[in-house]
Design a binder for this molecule. Structure first.
Ligand code: HEM
Length: 304
């Protein structure tokens, strides 16, 4: 979260990180409860809208995030000047009539970038550490590469191409635990796919979780094997078999940023610490907007 806030909007959220994290947790939790609620489904069929206690909790969490984001916008407007970051670009952007974004439009853009820009990468790293803690053979190979390329120094961006195995580890973690596990689209026209007729207005779901675990494309699909990405596996796979960042016109715009960030962070952390799973802590994937561990992942870190 701090990395996203600093790099995208040049703000330091260190002091507020816990409070923001709590608001995001609350919003995700309520969203999750709401989309899986049968009662809500039934109520939505009524001609009047009925408010349930969860709505107030969701609103409260969104308002807390709104206060943060409107605060960032107000401070930036007051400071004026181009800081050269994404927020400055958004504020300067004009449409064909020369109109700039309102605070509300900026709020929407920032909320999307802020949430999309940290939650997914944090989940990627969480699942990566969880998997590495259970696969000492992968950890040994990772360490050998880090030692060879970095020699105990912090990684630099220009060394990323050499951190080949490190990137395989992250790719493999995103295969087994895709941070975005499901996306959907609404069909606009009649369509035929695999013998099924799709009428316009249908919602079509595509699940990374299912495709990434398909035996048809990944031998021993449940095994954590970073080596499988050797010899350009990703290029050899049919399109949309492996799609952690989605695809088409709405493909993730933070794709390269996320890969760079995750590689640098994993290289930094793994060089310094050995990860072991804390005993008796249940790790349960929770398919919310992103794929989060329901009770978190608890690790014991041992300094190297
Ligand atoms: C491992 C990290 C990440 C994963 C797995 C991921 C995944 C995705 C996926 C699957 C989508 C497409 C959603 C859809 O098709 O409905 C998406 C969209 C998006 N992502 Fe990411 N993302 C990651 C990191 C980031 C970062 C770091 C940023 C910003 C710096 C970002 C910003 C966005 C934005 C703005 C969109 C919406 C794009 C659009 O609708 O045109 N993401 N992301």
């Amino acid at each position: 979260m701090n990395i996203a806030a600093k790099t995208l909007f040049d703000v330091d959220l260190h002091d507020q990180a816990d409070e923001i994290g709590e608001a995001i947790n609350q919003a995700f939790h309520e969203y999750n409860v709401q989309i899986s609620s049968v009662i809500r489904r039934l109520l939505s069929l009524l001609p009047v809208s009925v408010r349930l206690p969860g709505d107030a909790r969701l609103n409260e969490a969104v308002q807390r995030l709104d206060r943060l984001i409107y605060g960032i916008i107000a401070r930036r407007r007051a400071a004026a000047g181009d800081r050269g970051d994404l927020l400055s670009m958004l504020m300067q952007a004009q449409d064909d009539n020369g109109t700039r974004m309102t605070d509300h439009q900026l709020r929407d853009e920032i909320m999307t970038l802020f949430l999309a820009g940290h939650e997914t990468t944090a989940n990627t790293l969480t699942w990566t550490c969880f998997l590495l803690a259970q696969h000492p053979e992968a950890e040994t190979k990772l360490l050998a590469e880090l030692q060879h390329v970095l020699g105990g120094e912090p990684p630099r961006v220009n060394q990323i191409p050499q951190l080949v195995y490190t990137q395989y580890v992250i790719k493999e973690a995103m295969r087994l635990y895709p941070p975005v596990w499901f996306i959907s689209r609404e069909s606009t026209t009649d369509y035929e796919i695999g013998g099924f007729h799709i009428p316009p207005g249908s919602e079509i779901g595509m699940s990374q979780w299912l495709m990434h675990r398909s035996e048809r494309y990944f031998p021993e699909p449940l095994a954590f094997r970073p080596e499988r990405w050797q010899d350009q596996l990703e290029k050899r796979l049919p399109k949309y078999v492996y799609f952690p960042f989605g695809g088409g016109p709405r493909i993730c715009i933070g794709n390269s940023f996320a890969e760079m960030e995750a590689t640098l962070l994993l290289a930094t952390m793994a060089q310094r610490f050995h990860f072991a799973l804390a005993p008796e802590h249940p790790v349960v994937p929770e398919p919310s907007i992103t794929l989060r561990p329901k009770h978190g992942v608890r690790l014991r870190l041992k300094a190297r």
